[in-house]
Design a protein around this ligand. Structure first.
Ligand code: ADP
Ligand code: MG
Length: 691
């Protein structure tokens, strides 16, 4: 394929810059979609369209110009420009350099009497008479005008060394030379059925729209394409998984599971039972399990996961339980000790703090198959960790792991069964779109006796007074600060700076400090003391966000709560309300933005994680909230799962139809589609196998 280097206006140096944007050929360039557009016409559209900016645009005759040096190193070029009904002062700033005259070109172009166009930012927003110029163009320069002014202009994501104007020029060259050489990957019947623009036209209009309407149509086609490819990839992946014969079999032997159930001391909730049954039947089926277990904070996902790991162990298979943080992994390990400590089950913990001889020992045992369940963090992903017979993989809080990390774990076992867990509930359609290859179990009910947590937005004084009352009743409290150490601006309060104050304010109760920079052994000691009730107040960073489980802790004070997102607040708050006691959460906020105010209101009125998540999706957009497959590796270029959900629905319908007709995309008319899927989901993300 033609290298981007040979495109008009590129060359070897700029090619390197474009490579940074993953642009290697002119065709890649065509797929480098604008992120927004600017309406640079004199009569701009009236509507507010989120992807169209409306900058200040002016066309007029140059009255006079001045070229000035300031005392410093700055040079200013000023032009008075006048139209029939307005006169403006346009100016340009440049750093002075003795090497050449930075304004030579400006002086040549902008002369009194010339008619020019400018666009830029008004320094005086009300009257818009002093304009700092972003771009200008001579009225006589028809070519430039058609590309950069008096039209809708694309804005691209760039990298250092490139600018919008340059990118636009290069893109224009690519469109002129290559748009007609592209193939449309959408099957003709879909293009016809949905009345989409054909690819060639759509790609022209997407980069250089003539009006908002054809931009809208072009965007529609590409948004649809992104969704269509994604849902197709998941559907193919799902089919593929279902046809694998995993080769290992399970029998329910019960010697571990029944003991475990006895030790628990509680009954599984109805939805835990349903989930466990589903998981067991997946495990006993012919093909590998890939199931997502969704459940609000505190709904009891851990014991469900443990059941799956025990069934594997009963069948002499190894299991792995990976969590995103050390604290969480340690907590899981302690849960294993608590419920399985005296059963014939060998489990170990492997995290970054386990090193040297001990680490070697564990790795050796895992390799020989002497450990049944390995619990840990990212350390488990290391190349050196090899299993003898890994068949059950559990991933906790899975949105914290990337696609590649999950794949690395998967490679450690052969056709292992996989259970992934998340506390971020996903609306049903989004689940199907984002995780169409997974089966879903949801824990809808909470373990009995959970008290609702009442949440209040108060000042620090009130929060501490209320906390004190609870402490005198025998309860324990979390006091959370956003950061470990104060930053220079002193905007956020920190654990280290406030710890002493808290200790002073609560002289009757023992306090403890917990944050990520502490030595792991000390951290562990503090956690244990808090769990045992020796420490009554835990002053900490949001490290307590996941995992920690202390039923007697019934109060939480979250400082600088305005700085936390809804998901974090909900997770944090999930640490309390775990015992038989009435629980209270106090949000202490600093300066609040309107969004922060809304988040606080939501937290004070809603307690259900599903409802909060829905609000969160609405406020921040699905991509942000789910983290998931949108993050890093797999970001959509222009689609937004939430605001483009109607197109998502169409894409999913069409996907079903096409998969029914041609499940392996073997028909000739589906070849371009298959190629694209291969390039994206196999070569780039290594998710499906299309060979
Ligand atoms: P999460 O889903 O947030 O990971 P956990 O698995 O940590 O929740 O469970 C929270 C707490 O609830 C733990 O202390 C766990 O032992 C307890 N628990 C789980 N299931 C039940 C149940 N069916 N009845 C009572 N307590 C339960
Ligand atoms: Mg959990």
């Amino acid at each position: 394929m033609t290298s981007i280097q040979y495109l008009k206006g590129v060359g070897p140096k700029r090619a390197i810059l474009l490579n940074k944007l993953e642009i290697y050929s002119p065709f890649d360039l065509l797929e480098h979609f604008p992120v927004r557009w600017q309406d640079r016409r004199l009569s701009q559209i009236k509507e507010n369209i989120p992807y169209i900016e409306k900058p200040f645009v002016f066309r007029g005759k140059v009255v006079s110009v001045r070229d000035m040096y300031t005392a410093g190193t700055l040079r200013i070029f000023k032009a008075i420009i006048s139209s029939e009904d307005k006169e403006i002062e346009a100016f340009w700033f440049k750093r002075h350099t003795p090497k050449y005259d930075v304004f030579a070109k400006l002086r040549k172009d902008i002369r009194p009497g010339e008619t020019i166009w400018i666009t830029g930012k008004p320094e005086d927003p009300i009257f818009s008479t002093k304009i700092r110029v972003d771009e200008y163009c001579l009225d006589t320069d028809e070519k430039e005008k058609k590309l950069s002014m008096a039209t809708l202009v694309p804005l691209y994501s760039l990298t250092e060394g490139l600018n919008q104007k340059l990118m636009r020029k290069i893109m224009h060259a690519a469109i002129s030379a290559y748009a007609s050489k592209t193939t449309d990957l959408l099957p003709p019947e879909i293009t016809a059925k949905r009345a989409f623009m054909p690819y060639e036209l759509a790609v022209r209009y997407l980069h250089f729209p003539q009006n908002p309407l054809n931009l809208k149509e072009a965007r529609k086609r590409f948004i649809y394409e992104e969704f269509f490819l994604m849902t197709l990839a998941w559907a193919i992946k799902r089919r593929q998984t279902k046809t694998i014969n995993k080769g290992h079999k399970y029998k329910i032997r019960k010697h571990l599971l029944s003991q475990f159930k006895k030790k628990l001391g509680f009954e599984f909730t109805k939805s835990q039972k349903i989930a466990i049954n589903k998981i067991f039947s997946d495990m006993m089926s012919r093909s590998p399990m890939t199931r997502l277990l969704e459940g609000d904070v505190g709904s009891g996902k851990t014991v469900v996961a443990m059941s799956a790991l025990l069934l594997a162990a009963e069948n002499k298979y190894q299991g792995v339980f990976i969590a995103p943080t050390e604290i969480l992994a340690e907590q899981h390990f302690m849960t294993f000790e608590k419920f399985l400590g005296d059963l014939p089950l060998k489990f170990e913990l492997l995290t970054a703090r386990i090193t040297g001889k001990r680490k070697k020992e564990i790795i050796e045992k895992v390799r020989k198959g002497e450990i049944d369940v390995l619990i840990g963090t990212h350390s488990l992903l290391e190349e050196s960790v090899k299993f003898k017979n890994l068949k059950m993989i559990v991933i906790d809080e899975q949105h914290r792991f990337g696609v590649r990390q999950r794949a690395a774990l998967r490679r450690k076992g052969e056709n292992a069964d996989i259970l992934i867990m998340t506390a971020t509930p996903i609306p049903r359609t989004l689940f199907l779109a984002l995780y169409g290859d997974l089966d879903l179990s949801v824990l809808r009910d909470m373990p009995p006796g959970r008290k609702q947590v009442c949440t209040f937005s108060v000042d620090e004084k009130t929060a501490f007074e209320e906390t004190k009352k609870e402490l005198f009743k025998g309860r324990q409290a979390y006091i959370v600060y956003p950061v470990i150490e104060e930053s220079d601006d002193g905007e956020l309060r920190s654990v280290k700076s406030e710890f002493e104050k808290v200790t002073r304010l609560f002289p009757d109760f023992k306090t403890g400090m917990l944050h990520g920079q502490m030595k792991p052994s000390i951290k562990k000691g503090i956690m244990e003391d808090f769990l045992k009730g020796k420490i009554r107040i835990l002053v900490s960073t949001p490290v307590v966000e996941v995992g920690i489980d202390v039923p007697n802790a019934s109060v939480m004070v979250i400082n600088n709560a305005e700085r936390f997102g809804l998901a974090s607040l909900h997770q944090l708050r999930g640490r309390i309300g775990r015992g038989e006691h009435e629980s209270k959460c106090f949000l202490v906020c600093g300066q609040m933005s309107p969004q922060a105010r809304e988040r606080t209101n939501i937290m004070c009125t809603l307690s259900n994680g599903f409802e909060i998540s829905e609000k969160d999706v609405y406020m921040r957009g699905a991509g942000e909230v789910m983290g998931l497959r949108q993050h890093g590796e797999m970001r959509f270029k222009i689609a937004d799962i939430y605001s483009d959900s109607s197109l998502l629905k169409l894409a999913m319908e069409d996907k079903d139809e096409i998969i029914k007709k041609d499940p392996n995309l073997q028909r000739r008319e589906h070849a371009p589609l298959k190629n694209k899927l291969f390039k994206l989901y196999q070569e780039k993300w290594n998710i499906i196998d299309l060979s």
